[in-house]
Design a protein around this ligand. Structure first.
Ligand code: SF4
Length: 338
């Protein structure tokens, strides 16, 4: 992984609001992260934590009419894409960042053969390639037989559709693949096959991956670093071995206990009590305070800053349980994971 070039993806303090009938909903609230060339990064959090909104914001996929980036910047390979219009996005999606989704059926054209959909992606992004030959190569890359080029999406199993969508994404020759819950809708065996395929593709093509999931087991086996997001804020991040080895934020600790199916003194399975916050309200303190077993008076007064809890660059957290960093400049690299 190169740390000399700018990250392939960087979010700097991004705040995004949805307008709803019930009022404004702040889905991202100063979220920052960075993905470097060739890295595998996990973004984890409960449903509604903002992880899919963040992924869609990277590619301008949130609805233009009802969503707005209020603050911050999104940079792809150093290019500021924060304010691109939908028309500008049409030519910009796919390379250098492509995305696959939990439900491939929503993104594959139901009345177009798989081979044609891959071909269109090639023609858009690499018109000088020999299209038919390249379709065959891409099907082989995702371990689908050449005959599937003539199939329609409804004729494929869930795992095959996810592979077909991967082939469409890879036709753009991305340097970063965002995979939003790519295995959630699949059975356990197919999940393992798709994850193995993603790992192979990363190694083979040298591309980076941002894996969005609520499944911590997947992150621990597939990702070098992870970010933990809650209520639209990144609250903890670092190398997987450090965060899994010594989770610092009470929310991360709760997620890990629930994932391991730990039991309390009464033998009940561990859960994170309470509900995620109402994103329509503007709380000034820590968003996790109403559910946090360690909450203190200052937690509801103001949002904690960044504290480095591991060796340089390896692990950082935003929580009043840890003494705030004295040198804001020194923490900047930790904010962006660079
Ligand atoms: Fe809990 Fe306070 Fe830390 Fe928030 S800042 S996680 S409320 S201890």
């Amino acid at each position: 992984m190169s740390r000399e070039a700018p990250p392939i993806l960087r979010l700097q303090d991004v705040s995004l609001t949805f307008r709803t009938r019930a009022g404004a909903v702040r889905a991202l609230n100063g979220a920052s992260l960075a993905v470097h060339e060739g890295e595998a990064i996990g973004l984890v959090g409960e449903s509604g934590s903002g992880k899919s909104t963040l992924a869609r914001a990277v590619l301008g996929l949130n609805p233009e009419r009802s969503s707005r980036i209020e603050a911050g910047r999104i940079l792809i390979a150093g290019r500021d894409v924060t304010r691109l219009s939908q028309a500008e996005w049409e030519g910009a999606r796919g390379h250098p960042v492509a995305m696959v989704f939990q439900d491939p059926l929503s993104f594959l054209n139901p009345i177009m053969r798989i081979g044609r959909q891959i071909a269109e992606s090639i023609e858009r992004h690499a018109p000088d390639r020999r299209v038919e030959e390249r379709v065959g190569e891409l099907l082989a890359l995702v371990k689908l037989p050449p005959s599937l080029a003539r199939a329609y999406p409804h004729e494929l199993s869930g795992g095959m559709r996810q592979r077909a969508l991967l082939a469409v994404a890879l036709a753009c020759e991305p340097r970063l693949l965002i995979a939003d819950e790519p295995t959630t809708a699949l059975d356990v065996t197919t999940q393992a096959e798709i994850l193995a395929l993603l790992r192979d593709l990363r190694e083979q093509l040298g591309m980076a991956m941002l894996l969005i999931t609520h499944d911590l087991g997947i992150v621990s086996s597939a990702c070098e670093r992870l970010y933990v997001i809650y209520a639209g804020r990144v609250l903890e991040w670092g190398r997987s071995q450090d965060v899994f080895g010594a989770p610092a934020h009470p929310y991360t600790v709760g997620l890990f206990q629930a994932a391991r199916a730990d039991r309390d003194a009464q033998g009940r399975f561990a859960t994170i009590g309470g509900e995620p916050p109402d994103l329509g309200e503007t709380a000034k303190g820590c968003p996790f305070a109403p559910r946090c077993p360690s909450a203190m008076a200052e937690c509801i007064q103001s949002m904690p800053g960044v504290t480095v809890v591991g060796e340089a660059g390896s692990h950082a957290v935003r929580c009043w349980l840890y003494p705030p960093a004295q040198d804001a400049a020194a923490t900047a690299g930790h904010v962006f994971g660079s």
